[in-house]
Design a protein around this ligand. Structure first.
Ligand code: TXE
Length: 482
């Protein structure tokens, strides 16, 4: 049985505990590898290795760090097929999605920040003829990167790339539900010549291993993506230690469909935004607001599109909906579908667990589910389900839909569908979201600020925002004439 070992000080190693966690393939329900069950001892080893590596790595000119990160990017691309299969076996998503989105985005993440650091600049302020102020930005030191299970290598690299590019050394922990591609990345880093201790990967449970990273006194910042509940726990632990915090948390994102859209193509896009990756993307549009004049026709089209998200073996090319990440999450999502019925909802499509034949007989599969007839303020419309379940809700005016869209504790992403650019602009300005897409979804430009407001998190990732997070500004005021 493959052992997913830690990567510390440039080599693989076993956990101090000698304990291992069973790793289940969600498509089959079978244990297929064992994961190092790390604790504060392994984190201490990792932080020590990162501290030892920091002086040389941070002093390296940006061009030198850039070259190493570009080699890692190229090697991820060389191993795209293996990594895509590993991602699908670990997370349950269709293989074509791992191959076309997850792994190519990891390639892009590494390359983007490897080149972004070659073009950074800072400010200077001339106070008068003999006094000039200039700002320098220095890496923080050892930083912690903690990532979730929905887009494993995609989000793991989204954090470590800017941290490393800026000259920090990293202690990173992937989710214990999907550790495989981070484990494979370690060998790629070794092959690419990343100096030992610059990146350290520790595996294990959140409270035992993740918490130890957050609490370690020499870890200067935490970049976290995951649930809002966990985000609160991390903030509570890190705040008294004055650590920098970047929290990318949950969402309950509105999709707003005005009555001037092309019904068929928009329904296809709205279904994609709701059910891609089994709905396990924090950016998925799970509350679908449709203007009353078209709701009958649009709902009919959306039901058809929902049925097109075929559930099946993630290795099969025609599969659109793979397995959800584990049995507990399947029960959570099925629980919300039951709750929807109790709250008065109607199941318009899907609603059931799917038990496949053959290889995937023991897997965790749920039909893509569309629910109608629920009030905006019920639990199903307020709480993040994070699975293949979305609700459809009618609205009349712009004011109505803006009020309902904003009536949530979250504020991550929103999508507007209309051909009226004035209405799109007016509505976008009023939505309480960190990201607003108009007539598209998940279109990503890595230079843009990425993140949410309210309970969707604190801070932004992406572009210069990420490099600013992973560096400390210093103002130097120079009196030229004594
Ligand atoms: O995430 P957790 P989970 C949402 C989604 C999901 C919910 C919980 O609603 O159902 O979060 O998912 C580590 N100190 N999102 O339980 O627990 C953990 O080991 C330090 C949205 O998988 O937040 C993992 O590596 N670390 C999200 C990471 O945190 C801790 C994507 C995320 O785990 C920790 C995923 C602790 N005390 C889930 N506890 C998005 N915004 O994309 C856990 N961890």
């Amino acid at each position: 049985m493959l052992h997913i070992r830690n990567y510390i000080g440039g080599h693989y190693c076993d956990p101090n505990s000698g304990l291992w966690i069973e790793n289940v393939n969600p498509s089959t329900g079978e244990v297929y590898s064992l994961i190092a069950r790390s604790d504060e001892r392994d984190v201490a080893d990792a932080v020590r290795a990162a501290q030892e590596a920091f002086p040389t790595w941070s002093a390296m000119p940006a061009k030198g760090r850039s070259e190493v990160l570009l080699r890692i990017s190229a090697k991820i691309n060389d191993h795209l097929e293996d990594l895509a299969l590993a991602e699908t076996n670990d997370q349950g998503k269709p293989l074509w999605l791992s191959r076309s989105v997850d792994i190519p985005r990891a390639v892009e993440n590494m390359a983007f920040f490897a080149t972004e650091i070659l073009h950074t600049h800072t400010d200077a302020h001339q106070t008068d003829e003999s006094v000039i102020n200039f700002t320098v930005r220095k890496p923080l030191g050892v930083v912690g990167c903690i990532s979730p299970w929905n887009l494993p290598l995609y989000l793991f690299t989204w954090k470590i790339a800017p941290a490393l590019a800026a000259g920090n050394t990293v202690v990173a922990k992937p989710s214990e539900l999907t550790p495989m591609t981070a484990f494979l990345l370690a060998q790629i880093c070794i092959d690419a010549g990343l100096p030992p201790g610059v990146l350290n990967i520790v595996h294990g449970f959140g409270p035992e291993c993740g918490q130890a990273i957050v609490e370690h006194p020499h870890v200067k910042a935490i970049s976290f993506t995951g649930g809002t509940v966990t985000g609160k726990a991390i903030a509570a632990a890190a705040a008294p230690m004055f650590k920098k915090l970047s929290l990318e948390l949950g969402g309950k994102n509105p999709t707003i469909v005005f009555d001037d859209v092309k019904i068929a193509s928009t329904a296809r896009s709205v279904a994609r935004a709701a059910f891609t990756n089994q709905g396990e993307i924090c950016l998925c549009g799970s509350r679908i607001f449709v203007q009353r004049g078209i709701i009958e026709e649009f709902q009919k089209a959306l039901i058809e599109e929902t049925h097109r998200f075929l559930v099946g073996d993630p290795l099969e090319p025609e599969t659109r909906t793979g397995a959800v990440v584990n049995a507990a999450h399947m029960e959570k999502v099925l629980g919300y579908i039951e709750l929807a019925k109790q709250e008065g909802g109607m199941i318009l499509a899907g609603g059931r667990r799917v038990e496949l034949e053959g290889r995937c007989a023991g897997g965790f599969f749920i039909e893509p589910t569309l629910i109608g007839g629920l009030p905006q303020d019920c639990r199903v419309n307020r709480e993040e389900i994070f699975g293949p379940a979305a609700t459809i809700i009618p609205f009349d005016t712009e004011d109505d839909v803006v009020a309902m869209a904003n009536d949530t504790a979250y504020g991550l992403a929103a999508t507007i569908w209309t051909t009226n650019v004035h209405r799109a602009h007016r509505t976008a300005q009023r939505l309480e979201s960190g990201i607003v897409w108009v007539n598209t979804w998940l279109m990503r430009d890595l230079r843009t600020p990425f993140g949410g407001m309210k309970h969707s998190g604190v801070g932004r990732e992406g572009g210069t925002e990420a490099l600013r997070f992973f560096t400390e500004p210093k103002n130097i005021c120079l009196q030229i004439e004594p």
